[in-house]
Structures are given as C-alpha cells and as structure tokens.
Design a protein around this ligand. Structure first.
Ligand code: SAM
Length: 283
C-alpha cells in the first residue's frame, strides 16, 4: 500500500525558545521527510542537531515568500513526484507572522494535501498566561514601523471587543505602547510578555500608562508580545444601535449587520440581534 503522506506538504511547528518544545510527531516528520524546506535552514539544522536527527543527503531548501515562484515550483515538482515535504519556519507556527502563505496556496491549488504538526505560537502562549480575557481575541501581529501607519492601525482596533495581540521589537516597544495609551486608552489593561519559554521569561502587567512608564525606566530586551485587554463596552443607547443597524441592514445581510454593530459598539450581541429582528419586523 502506498504511503498516504506521499505528495503531502506538512507544516511542522518549531519551538519559540525552548528546544524541547518540539513535538514527538514533529521530530518523526523531520526524520522521515524526503525533502526539508525551511525559512532559515541554519536554525532548522541546529534544531535537528539538538534532537539527533540528521539531515543526511536530503534536500534542505531555503524558502521565503520572497524567494518567489522559482522555489515554489521546485517544491511543487518534489510534491508531484510523491515526496513527503516538510516545511518549518524559523520559530513557532509557520505562516503566523512568518512566510509560507503562498506556498500553502500553490500546493493546495495543485491538488496536494497540506497538513500540520502543530505546536507553539508566541501569540497563543502569551494569551494563555497573560491573565487577560481569552474568549475573544484579535491577532494584529507586527504593526507598521512608520508612526502614521501605526496609529491608523490602532485607530481601526479601538472598538474590537476582544484581547488584542501584537508582536513587537524591543526597539519600538516604548513608542508603540505610547501610541496605544493615547489611542486605545491609558487605562486599558495590558501585558508585555517577554522571552516566553526561555530563561528570562517575564510578564509585566498593568494599565497601558503604567507599562509606558515601566518600559521607559527599564527597557526590556529579547522577543516581545504585547497584549491589550478588550475595549470597555461603550455606554450606547438603544436608539443609537437602531440607527446603526438600519444603516448596516441597507447594504448587508442581517448576520453581517449584527456582527458589525456588535463589534463597533461593544453592546451584547443578543441585544443587537433582538433589535435587528424588531427592525426587520420579525420579533
Ligand atoms: N511564527 C511565530 C509564532 O508562531 O509565534 C512568530 C514569528 S515572528 C517573525 C517573531 C515574533 O514573534 C517576535 O518578534 C516576537 O514578537 C514573537 N515571539 C516569538 N518568540 C517569542 C518568545 N519566545 N517570546 C515572546 N515573543 C516571541
């Protein structure tokens, strides 16, 4: 019987700091792959070395979305020949603020199976230990480094009714926290999670204003995730919700209109839904 993994692309998640966070299945796949593809071939080699998995004579290809169609064609031709191809990014889950999106797209479009050996991602690791609400969250990843563009992104996130998650470099942390305090609100609860799973792992929690002061006094080094608690529900009148719903219902489905107005106002979804039914004469 033929190996069901032949001609498959498998995304293997690698550790975000502690090399022992590779999964047993991830190691099996690194051992058994016919072709290895990595965002950073040196760090994949190092990880495999630590775990005693030799690369041997197997192809180890460097891939970025920018390495372009040529490298994707190469991977596709291996898949077409029935190779088990494993792809890993430098750290954490591939495609999460990392390359691989175009590769997954073309592999799927060409009819190849694409699956995953999951593992850590800094965003979810930070969220799970931050002590901020986890029921709804919004991953922004890296914000633009230009101040104007960064502030525009933050303005679009003001009313998101869930915890916001950002990746940030230590160099830009102070400026980003300053913009967040100004635009999202000084009193919003926030966390700076640093060096997760590593020796100097640290969680600093406080309001955005407090974190700005703390970071200015003792600038942190290393890898950083910023989390900001959900927007406080605005005190919005039922009449205002009806007005917004009427406008939204003119151009979209009831489901989308309810989702949009719930997100924009922070009002309970059930209340917005009930008012939408009343407008549509279905209550
Ligand atoms: N694919 C990765 C993932 O699944 O989390 C993210 C890759 S992205 C290029 C790298 C950024 O993730 C870092 O700049 C930092 O913001 C965050 N990050 C990665 N590892 C981290 C860690 N151990 N502690 C805190 N943040 C981390």
């Amino acid at each position: 019987m033929s190996d069901p993994r032949a001609g498959q692309l498998v995304l293997v998640t690698t550790p975000i700091g502690n090399a022992r966070d590779i999964t047993l299945r991830g190691l099996d796949l690194l051992r058994e792959a016919d072709v290895l593809v990595a965002e950073d071939t040196r760090s994949l080699r190092r990880l495999m070395d630590i775990h005693g998995v030799p690369v041997g004579g197997r192809p180890l290809l460097a891939y970025h979305d920018h390495s372009g169609a040529k490298m994707r064609d190469k991977v596709l031709s291996h898949l077409a020949l029935g190779a088990l191809v494993v792809y890993a990014s430098e750290a954490g889950t591939p495609l999460i603020a990392d390359p691989g999106y175009d590769l997954v797209q073309v592999a799927r479009a060409a009819g190849h199976g694409v699956t995953s050996a999951p593992g850590p991602s800094a965003a979810v690791t930070a969220l799970s230990i931050a002590g901020l609400p986890t029921d709804r969250f919004f991953f922004e990843g890296f914000m633009p480094s230009a101040k104007g563009a960064r502030r525009k992104v933050l303005q679009s996130l003001v009313a998101v009714p869930g915890t916001l998650i950002f990746y940030e470099s230590p160099k830009r942390l102070e400026k980003s926290l300053g913009d967040m305090a100004e635009i999202l609100g000084e009193d919003r609860a926030a966390v700076v999670a640093r060096e997760l799973t590593k020796r100097f792992e640290e969680i600093r929690a406080g309001t955005l204003a407090e974190l700005c002061r703390l970071v200015a006094e003792t600038p942190p080094k290393g890898e950083i995730v910023i989390l900001v608690g959900p927007a406080p529900a605005r005190n919005i009148s039922p009449e205002e919700i009806t007005r917004m719903l009427t406008a939204a219902l003119a151009s979209q489905s009831a489901k989308d209109a309810v989702a949009e107005v719930t997100a924009a106002t922070g009002a309970p979804r059930r209340q917005v839904y009930k008012q939408a039914l009343a407008i549509l004469g279905k209550s």
